[in-house]
Design a protein around this ligand. Structure first.
Ligand SMILES: *Cc1c(COP(=O)(O)O)cnc(C)c1O
Length: 393
C-alpha cells in the first residue's frame, strides 16, 4: 500500500524538523488510543470478501508499523514516498534491480565496503558494470557517461575518508543526461543533509546507524519524490521481499524521536575530539570536514547543517601493528563495526568495514593500514577525550 505523507494542517509539511521526528507519519492507534504505534506482529489480514480489506493484505506487501515508519522517513527527507527494507544493503539490492544487464553505474571511489561489494561481486556477475571515481571531478564524470549509464551512486560524507561530494553539481549533470541519482545519506542523516532538496532522485538509509541510533536493530530505507520511481521500487520491494519485521520498524521509529538531540550532541563531541586529535603528537592526519583546512569545508558548510559525528585519523607510525596496538587500548570506545549509536565506537576500516576493497584501491584514497575511524557518541566529552589520550599514549 503506497502510503503518501499526509498534508493536513498537522501534517509534515507544516511541521519543522524537530517536530517531524516525533510526529510525522504517526498518529494514536484508532482502536485503542495507544499513543505509540503498535507492533503489528501479524503475517496476514482478514478480508470481508475477496479484495475487500482495511488496506493491508499480506505482511510482506505492507504492515501498519512499517507504513508509519515509511511515512515518517519520507517526511524527514522532504520526500513523498518511503520504503523500508530488512537492511541498508537489502534496500540497495532492491534498487539495483531497477537496472538491466549492460547498464552501468558511476559511483565514488571512497565508498561503504558493502556497497562496493554488492556492485562489483554480485551485480558485476549479472552484467552491470560499476565505475568508481572522484565524483567531484566533473570532467571525468562526463567523460564516463554514455548511453548505458543508468545510475549515479553518491555517498557523502564518504566513508571512512570523510570527503564531501557536491550533490547539487552531480545531480545537475545526471539530470542533463536523464540518469537516476541515489544518495546514501546514512552518515549525515536527514538532520544534517536532505539530498532530495539538492536534486537527488532517491535517498538510501541504513537506519541501523543514526536513525535508529541505539545499535539494536538492522533496517534500511529508500525515499523518493517521483511517482514513477516509487512505483518501480514498491513493485520490487514486494516482488523481492527484503522487508523488515514490525518489531524492528518500531525500534527505528522510537529511535528517530531523539534523532535531533542525539545528532546535535554527537556532532559537538566529534568537533572537540577532532580538534584534540589534530594537536596530538602520535597522529599523522585527521579527517573531519569541520576543519577550515579540510578541502571540502566550504562545500560541507553549504550542503550540511553541521559536520557530522564521524572522525578518522591515521598514525605517524603507519602500520597494521601500531593501529592494533592503539585499538586494543580503548576502554570507553568499543571496537566494533557499525556507527551512529549513542555509544562511541572505534573501527579499523582496512581490516573491518573496508576489508572487501583491495588494498591498492584503499591506498589510492588514503585509507592506510593505520587509519582508525571513530563514531562519536553522546557521552561526556571529558571521558571520551581521556580514553583517546590513554589509547594513543
Ligand atoms: C551500514 C551502511 C550501509 C549498509 O547498511 P546495513 O543496514 O548494514 O545493511 C550502507 N551504507 C553506509 C554508508 C553504511 O554505513
Amino acid at each position: 500500500m503506497a502510503k503518501k505523507v499526509k498534508e493536513t494542517a498537522h501534517g509534515p509539511k507544516s511541521m519543522k524538523f524537530n517536530s517531524k521526528v516525533i510526529h510525522a507519519g504517526v498518529s494514536p492507534d484508532p482502536s485503542t488510543g495507544a499513543i505509540m504505534t503498535p507492533i503489528f506482529q501479524t503475517s496476514t489480514y482478514v478480508q470481508d470478501e475477496p479484495g475487500v480489506h482495511k488496506g493491508h493484505e499480506y505482511g510482506r506487501t505492507s504492515n501498519p508499523t512499517r507504513s508509519a515508519l515509511e511515512a515518517n522517513l519520507a517526511a524527514l527527507e522532504n520526500g513523498k514516498y518511503g520504503l523500508c527494507f530488512s537492511s541498508g544493503l537489502g534496500a540497495m539490492d532492491t534498487l539495483l534491480k531497477m537496472l538491466n544487464p549492460g547498464d552501468e553505474i558511476i559511483s565514488t571511489n571512497d565508498l561503504y565496503g558493502g556497497s562496493y561489494r554488492l556492485m562489483t561481486r554480485v551485480y558485476g556477475r549479472f552484467g552491470i558494470k560499476s565505475h568508481f571515481i572522484d565524483l567531484n571531478d566533473t570532467v571525468q564524470l562526463e567523460k564516463l557517461i554514455n548511453p548505458r549509464t543508468r545510475l549515479i551512486w553518491i555517498e557523502t560524507p564518504t566513508n571512512p575518508m570523510l570527503n564531501i561530494v557536491d550533490i547539487r553539481k552531480v545531480t545537475k549533470i545526471a539530470e542533463k543526461y536523464g540518469i537516476i541519482t541515489c544518495v546514501d545519506n546514512t552518515f549525515a542523516s536527514p538532520y544534517l543533509q536532505r539530498p532530495l532538496d539538492l536534486g537527488a532522485d532517491i535517498i538510501l538509509h541504513s537506519c541501523t546507524k543514526y536513525l535508529g541510533g541505539h545499535s539494536d536493530a538492522v533496517l534500511g530505507a529508500l525515499v523518493c519524490n517521483k511517482k514513477e520511481i516509487d512505483d518501480q521500487l514498491r513493485f520490487l520491494q514486494n516482488a523481492c521481499g527484503a522487508t523488515p519485521g514490525p518489531m524492528d520498524c518500531f525500534l527505528i521509529l522510537r529511535g528517530i524521536k531523539t534523532l535531533h538531540i542525539r545528532m546535535k550532541r554527537a556532532c559537538r563531541n566529534a568537533g572537540r575530539l577532532a580538534e584534540f586529535l589534530k594537536n596530538h603528537p602520535a597522529i599523522n592526519k585527521v579527517n573531519y570536514p569541520g576543519f577550515k583546512t579540510h578541502p571540502s569545508h566550504q562545500l560541507a558548510s553549504t550542503q550540511m547543517s553541521d559536520y557530522g559525528a564521524m572522525v578518522s585519523f591515521d598514525l605517524k607510525k603507519d602500520s597494521l601493528e601500531s593501529a592494533i596496538g592503539v585499538l586494543k587500548k580503548f576502554k570507553m570506545f568499543s571496537l566494533a563495526e557499525s556507527l551512529g549509536g549513542v555509544e562511541s565506537l572505534v573501527g579499523h576500516p582496512s581490516t573491518m568495514t573496508h576489508a572487501s576493497i583491495p588494498r591498492e584501491e584503499r591506498l589510492k584514497v588514503g585509507l592506510t593500514d593505520s587509519l582508525i575511524r571513530l563514531s562519536v557518541g553522546i557521552e561526556d566529552i571529558e571521558d571520551l577525550m581521556a580514553d583517546l589520550d590513554q589509547a594513543l599514549s
